[in-house]
Design a protein around this ligand. Structure first.
Ligand code: HEC
Length: 209
């Protein structure tokens, strides 16, 4: 069939439409691919964060929930009941320490909790601490026995170092001290507590042997 002269503009117009259509699909496909790529990267970053032994989002959420539980149980905070005997500590913890223990449930996980308060100050004595514990409190370090599989090689302990107001403290490399601190490193909570007598990672006694 011969193309009549008045069909030419129509054909030309359809041709342009087809070109525009092909062009837009190609572009949006590229955009989708790019989007998928950045999503992948973000997921990768997320996984890396989740996979790190400490200071990740999950560790922080758990540590914050744990602080709330400790406040409720009066283990920390303004209404804290001083029911444990302060004693002289060894480095790296405070000059005077006191430790209390109890079971807690955090985010549905029940475990034994060891709370240690670290007091410091020049010439500090046990009596000073007994008289005004809040004044000399420098940090609260805890160990909580978590569920099996959390860190089987290290007896499943979860570590946190809190400032007196419950903020999670950082190490000199700016990593937040919550979780399996610092698994795989030659120094830090795990490396040192591994050497505690009895093999239970606790210095104070061997009850968790
Ligand atoms: C260089 C060794 C060392 C490092 C590092 C260390 N600790 Fe300790 N920790 C001790 C010693 C020793 C004791 C026993 C108390 C004392 O006399 O100081 C102790 C006691 C404790 C206790 C009381 C229970 C027990 O084992 O007696 C807790 C809880 C605790 N540390 C938490 C932590 C946390 C959390 C970290 C990391 C932020 C940490 N520790 C890092 C040596 C260490």
């Amino acid at each position: 069939m011969a193309v009549s002269i008045n069909m030419v503009p129509k054909l030309f117009f359809s041709f342009i439409l087809v070109i525009i259509f092909l062009f837009t699909t190609a572009c949006s496909q590229q955009e989708q691919e790019e989007e998928a790529e950045t999503q992948g990267e973000q997921q990768g970053q997320q996984q890396m964060k989740q996979g790190q032994p400490f200071g990740g989002d999950e560790d922080l959420a758990f540590a914050n929930a744990l602080w709330k539980e400790m406040e409720k149980s009066n283990l920390v905070g303004e209404s804290r009941i001083v029911d444990s005997e302060p004693y002289k500590g060894a480095p790296p913890h405070g000059m005077i320490l006191d430790v209390s223990e109890q079971k807690v449930t955090v985010k549905g996980i029940e475990g034994d909790l060891v709370v240690k308060r670290n007091y410091g100050g020049d010439g500090l004595t046990v009596v000073d601490v007994k008289n005004d514990p809040a004044k000399y409190l420098e940090a609260v370090t805890i160990m909580m026995k978590r569920e099996e599989g959390y860190d089987d090689e290290n007896r499943n302990w979860f570590y946190v170092k809190y400032a007196p107001d419950g903020t999670i403290m950082k190490n000199p490399k700016d990593a937040l001290l919550a979780g399996r601190v610092a698994k795989g490193a030659p120094t830090g909570c795990i490396a040192c507590h591994k050497s505690a007598p009895g093999g239970d990672y606790l210095f104070i006694h061997d009850r968790f042997k």
